[in-house]
Structures are given as C-alpha cells and as structure tokens.
Design a protein around this ligand. Structure first.
Ligand code: FAD
Ligand code: MLT
Ligand code: ZN
Length: 478
C-alpha cells in the first residue's frame, strides 16, 4: 500500500529544517541519505512503503520538544517511530519527518518495593526484561517482537501479546508516563508526586493513541514476578469449537494460567516448514492450542491433569521450562516470520466475541477464496482474549478488497476491527463504520485540543481519511 508518489530526490531533504534539527540533536542524528533512511520508510511486513523527508534521532525529552517546535514551525507532519515492528502502517512516513525514539533508551533502577521500573520510551522490551530479570521480575506484556519493539511503541499501540490472560495489555502496566506534546510542551504523570486518583489519567490517554497525541519519552512500568516454574502444552483439538469450549474449563482448573494461544492447520504447517521443525502431531489438527501456566511451584502435573478429558482433545505434547518449552512456543511465536518468508501478507488483527469465533473462522475460507485463486489463509492469535490474526497471502498488497471483506465479516459477527495492533493507516477509513459517532467526536476533539495543527502522525487513527487507495497526500504529507 503506497498512498503517496515517491518524491523526487531533490524534494526530499528540506535543508533548512535539516540544519535546524542538526543544531538540536547534532548532525550525526539527522539522517537524509536515501540508503540510510530506507529502513525507516517501509513497515515490517513490506506492505506499507513510504518516503521520509528525513529521520531525526533525539536523545532526550528536551530535544524531542525542540525537534517538534522546529518541525511545527515549518509545517508538515512528524511520524514517531520506535522499533518499526508495528503491523498497521502507523509508523510509516509519507513525505513526513520520522522522529526515531531509539536513543531514548535509558534503563532506570528497579524499585523492588513496588515492583516498578522507569525506562526510556526507546528501550526495547527485551532490554527491559533482561534489566529486571536479576530481581526475579519481568514485564506483564510479552510479544515475539521483543528484540526490536520499544516500550514507547508498545504503549502507543496498547500492545497485547501472549500474557494478556493474566496481566492485561500495555495499558494495565502503566504507572507513570512522560510525553512531549505537539507544541513541544513536556507533560508528566508521576504517581509518587501527583495524586493518582481523580482527573484525566495521562497514561490512559496516551495508551493506544498511536503517536497522534504526543511522543512518549519515558514510562514507569509495573512489573510482575518472574516465576521459577513454567509448563506448556501444545494441544491438538479436533475443531476450533472444542478449543474454544476448553477455555473456561482451563481458566477454572489452572489458577496460574498465563497463555492460551491458537494456530490453525495452515499456520502450523507453514511454521514447521519454515523453522525446519518436525510437525508436532501425527495428524495435522484443525486447531492447535498452546496452553501455559507459571508459578513458584512445579506446575507440569497440574497442567497435564487439566488437559485430561477435555472434549475434542486429540493429542498433546507438554514440557516444563527449558529447550522443549522454547520449541513448543516456536510453533506459535514464529508463525509471523514464517508468513513473511512466503510473501507480503494482508494482516488483520481483529477481536471477536468468543462465542462467534468458530463461525467467523468458518466463514473466512469462502471469503478469502473469492479474493483470488492464489489467496492463502492463515489464522492464529490470542484465543482466550478473542483476538485473532487473520493473514491472507497471495493477494496484491496494494489491493484492499480482501481487507474490506474480512472487516465486514468481523462487524457482522459483532467483533472489533482492531484488537492489539492499533488502527494505524491500515484501518483508519474503517473507524467511522466501527465506532459510534459519539466516541469518534470525543477522539477528534481531544486530537484538536492537543495537536491543533495536525503535526503528529497525520492520517493515523484519523476517522476523516479517505480509503487508502484513493488517498494521495499533498506535498506536506497530509
Ligand atoms: P513502531 O512500529 O515503531 O510504532 C508503532 C506505533 O506507535 C506507530 O503509530 C508509531 O507512530 C507509534 N509510536 C512509536 N513509538 C512512539 C512513542 N515513543 N511515542 C508515541 N508514539 C510512538 N503486537 C501485539 O500487540 N502483540 C503481539 O503479540 C505482537 N507480536 C508481534 C510479533 C512480531 C514478530 C511482530 C513483527 C510484531 C508483533 N506485534 C505484536 C506488533 C508490534 O510489535 C507492536 O505493535 C509494538 O507495540 C510496536 O512497537 P514498536 O516500537 O516497533 O513501534
Ligand atoms: C502475534 O501475536 O504473533 C502477533 O501479533 C504478530 C502477528 O499478528 O503477526
Ligand atoms: Zn498478536
């Protein structure tokens, strides 16, 4: 999806702006060389390909403020970018300045009394996990992109991941926040210094705002125990309905349940071939479900007992901590890279009322076949959260027809068009169909109040955008 024509090289760097920014962050941190900025211009999937006016990499919140003031004075848009692992085109520039947060990567001391840590927004999830591990703590949210995804990007998308059953999404991990608004003002909510009850809760306002209300520069995160024992099982169910029916039983019998994750038959075959791993089951199951439990006592026996007698369960492989656990998780965590190895997918992260999941997935097959003879469907996701990732391969990345058919199907099943990846540019034109007019009016009013000039992430989370294939931003990128 490339809604803007590639600008002529001569149009690219605005040399005056580049000079202003270099005076703020230093010349080494204003990037204009096309081969250097190429990695910032395309999203992780390769479906969203834009162009950056330049890339600026501030080192502090003060520098972020000065950068935004300089960009605001010139006009045009600024796209915040962390690890660039987002999957809805939200960090892709279309003639905009990219503000990369990766240098805001400080790791503060771990506060063991309250189990919290303050980190820079550009720190990767993996760096934070490694930093707090010696204190027997970890992050409540975990995602497979942990090596590149940044805490700021995860806050901005309200990332979910594989542990939401136990700990909720990124929003629930936020204790405090610091951000820079479009006009360069620094705002901060520190629960130790500010009253934490009453009034607008700044962390909640910024969580899920996808870089449209402010640039997150620092975050105080709630941490969770790093359990000593884990047990995981990959379970083969005869159909998706049996897998869904098992969820309430597993929740009841496993008090320390941490994950219930789903991979369909196509996904399991793809990941086994891509990772060079033997298929985990003799017969390929319609639904493979990964169940994990974790506590400070051995939990493998408890997990095996909980699986015993589940209706529709055909087979299961279980392991406790160690290489076998890593291998079983690979069948789920490596599906995304296995899909990317085949081609550029249409990716639709959606939420469904759990009771409708089997019917929704059954309806996907015919809908996708209609998209073209080469279309291949892969479905996986966070089953216990009703959060599915619908992937379609073999369809022109620029076409939006299959996306529309799937999102229409989601709404017809009472679902939501975005569950954990955000709306980005990919689904902005669907907002007016999926959200109530009242809710959208509040969102638009907040955006106008905090960013009246529309500086931050133009086109993202914007209910006013035209269908992406009709959208041709002007020279200022809007
Ligand atoms: P980016 O991609 O750089 O940006 C994402 C959005 O946040 C953009 O709108 C951007 O403008 C904005 N943004 C970035 N930093 C800031 C900031 N400091 N302040 C304000 N706005 C900012 N997501 C899940 O929710 N759950 C998963 O399980 C999951 N698994 C994944 C697995 C793989 C292999 C991959 C490639 C992606 C996965 N994702 C998942 C998607 C992605 O990792 C998340 O959306 C993540 O939160 C993005 O972080 P990032 O730093 O890469 O953000
Ligand atoms: C996941 O759960 O693995 C991710 O959200 C990535 C994806 O949707 O591909
Ligand atoms: Zn996911």
């Amino acid at each position: 999806v490339n809604p803007s024509p590639v600008p002529d090289a001569a149009e690219r760097p605005s040399s005056e702006l580049a000079a202003d920014l270099a005076a703020i962050v230093g010349p080494d941190h204003v990037l204009t060389e096309p081969s250097v900025i190429a990695g910032y211009e395309t999203d992780w999937t390769g479906r969203f390909q834009g162009t950056a006016l330049l890339v600026v990499r501030p080192r502090s919140a003060e520098e972020v403020g000065a950068v935004l003031r300089a960009c605001g004075a010139r006009g045009g848009g600024v796209v915040p970018q962390g690890g660039n692992t987002g999957l809805v085109g939200g960090a892709t520039p279309y003639g905009h300045v990219v503000l990369s947060t990766t240098r805001l990567d400080e790791l503060g001391p771990v506060d063991e009394v309250v189990a919290e840590v303050e980190v820079g927004a550009g720190a990767t999830l993996e760096a934070v996990q490694a930093h707090v591990a010696p204190n027997a703590l970890t992050t409540g949210v975990d995602i497979a992109a942990r090596g590149s995804a940044t805490i700021g990007g995860m806050v901005a998308t309200d990332a979910g991941g594989t542990r939401t059953v136990r700990h909720g999404t990124m929003r629930s991990q936020l204790v405090g926040i610091e951000a820079v608004l479009a006009d360069g003002r620094l705002v901060r909510h520190d629960p130790r210094a500010d009253a934490d009850a009453g009034g607008v809760h700044l962390p909640s306002l910024l969580a899920g705002s996808e870089g449209t209300l402010g640039i997150v520069t620092r975050v105080r995160l709630r941490l969770v125990p790093r359990w000593r024992f884990r047990a995981v099982a990959l379970v083969a169910f005869e159909d998706l309905a049996s897998a869904c029916a098992a969820i309430p039983r597993l929740r009841r019998s496993l008090p320390d349940l941490e994950a219930i994750e789903f991979v369909d038959q196509a996904g399991l075959a793809l990941v086994s071939a891509h990772a060079g791993m033997a298929a985990p089951f003799r017969a390929a199951p319609a639904a493979s479900v990964l169940v994990e439990t974790a506590a400070d006592r051995p939990v493998l026996d408890e997990l095996v007992a909980a699986l015993d007698g589940l209706p529709g369960l055909h087979d299961a492989v279980a392991a406790d901590d160690g290489p076998d656990r890593t291998r079983l998780w690979s069948y789920r965590e490596r599906v995304t890279e296995a899909i990317a190895a085949v081609g550029v997918p249409h990716k639709l992260d959606v939420g469904l009322p759990p009771a409708t999941i089997p019917a929704f997935v059954a309806a996907l097959g015919p809908a996708v076949v209609a998209a073209g003879p080469e279309a291949r469907l892969v479905v996986f996701g966070h089953l216990a959260a009703g959060n599915l990732h619908v992937n379609v391969l073999g369809v022109d990345p620029a076409s939006e027809q299959v996306d529309d058919v799937i999102l229409q199907l989601v709404l017809a099943h009472g679902g939501s068009i975005g569950a954990e990846h955000g709306i980005g540019r990919a689904k902005a034109r669907w907002l007016s169909r999926a959200r109530s007019p009242g809710e959208l009016a509040v969102q638009v009013a907040i955006k106008r109040a905090l960013d009246p000039g529309g500086l931050l992430n133009p086109g993202v989370l914007d209910p006013g955008v035209a269908p992406a294939h009709d959208h041709r931003p002007g020279p200022d990128g809007r």
